[in-house]
Ligand binder design. Structure first.
Ligand SMILES: [Zn+2]
Length: 197
C-alpha cells in the first residue's frame, strides 16, 4: 500500500494569528487542531483553515513554486543524509568486528600457525576499511548537499513570506474568506489572551 500523499500548499489561517502561510501537511495540521486545540476554538479554526484558491498574484505563485521545489530538495537531501549516516554507523561496527577478529588471530597466530586464517581475516578487515572509507565519503557528500538545500530552503521561504505580505493577498482573502473575524492580527479578536498558537 502506498502512503497517502501529503497535501501541502498555501492556506488561509494555518495558525490563528496568521493570515496566510505555507502548510506542510494539511491532514496533520487538521488532526492537530482537532485533538490539541481548546474545544471551543476548533470549529472556527477548522472553518477558516482553507486552501487559497487564487488566482494568486504572480509574485506569490512564483515564490510558492520555488519554495515547494526548494523544500522538496531539502526533504530528499535530509532523507539521503540520514541513510548515509546510518550506513556509516553500520560500517563502523563492521570495521570494529573485523578489527577484533584480526587482533584475535594475531594473538592465536603463534600456536595455531594458521597463516590461512590470518590472510582471511586480514582481507576481511581491508574490505571493511574500504567500505568505511566509501561510506564516510558518501556521508560527507550527503551532508554538504543537505547544507546547500537548507540554505536554498531558507532563502525561498523568506521570499515567499515577503510575497505573501501584500495588499493583493489581503484583497484575495476578503474574497475567499468573506465572513472572517480576522482583524489583521488574529481570528479570535476578543479572546486573544486565552488563545495558544
Ligand atoms: Zn479569513
Amino acid at each position: 500500500m502506498t502512503p497517502k500523499p501529503i497535501v501541502r500548499g498555501l492556506y488561509w489561517h494555518v495558525h490563528h494569528d496568521r493570515l496566510v502561510e505555507w502548510c506542510y501537511d494539511y491532514d496533520e495540521r487538521k488532526a492537530y487542531i482537532r485533538t490539541e486545540k481548546p474545544k471551543k476554538e476548533r470549529a472556527l479554526r477548522l472553518k477558516l483553515f482553507q486552501p487559497v484558491k487564487g488566482p494568486l498574484p504572480s509574485r506569490v505563485a512564483k515564490a510558492a513554486a520555488a519554495y515547494d521545489t526548494a523544500r522538496t530538495a531539502y526533504d530528499t537531501a535530509r532523507a539521503e543524509n540520514e541513510r548515509a549516516y546510518a550506513a556509516r554507523v553500520w560500517v563502523i561496527a563492521e570495521v570494529d568486528k573485523a578489527s577484533a577478529a584480526l587482533d584475535g588471530t594475531k594473538a592465536n597466530f603463534a600456536w595455531k600457525k594458521a597463516n590461512v586464517a590470518w590472510e582471511k581475516v586480514s582481507a576481511e578487515y581491508d574490505k571493511a576499511r574500504a567500505e568505511y572509507d566509501k561510506a564516510t565519503a558518501e556521508d560527507v557528500r550527503a551532508n554538504a548537499a543537505l547544507i546547500k538545500t537548507i540554505t536554498e530552503d531558507d532563502r525561498a521561504i523568506v521570499e515567499l513570506r515577503k510575497a505573501l505580505d501584500s495588499k493583493a493577498m489581503v484583497a484575495l482573502h476578503k474574497k475567499e474568506c468573506p465572513t472572517c473575524p480576522w482583524d489583521g492580527k488574529t481570528i479570535f479578536p476578543k479572546s486573544e489572551k486565552e488563545v495558544q498558537a
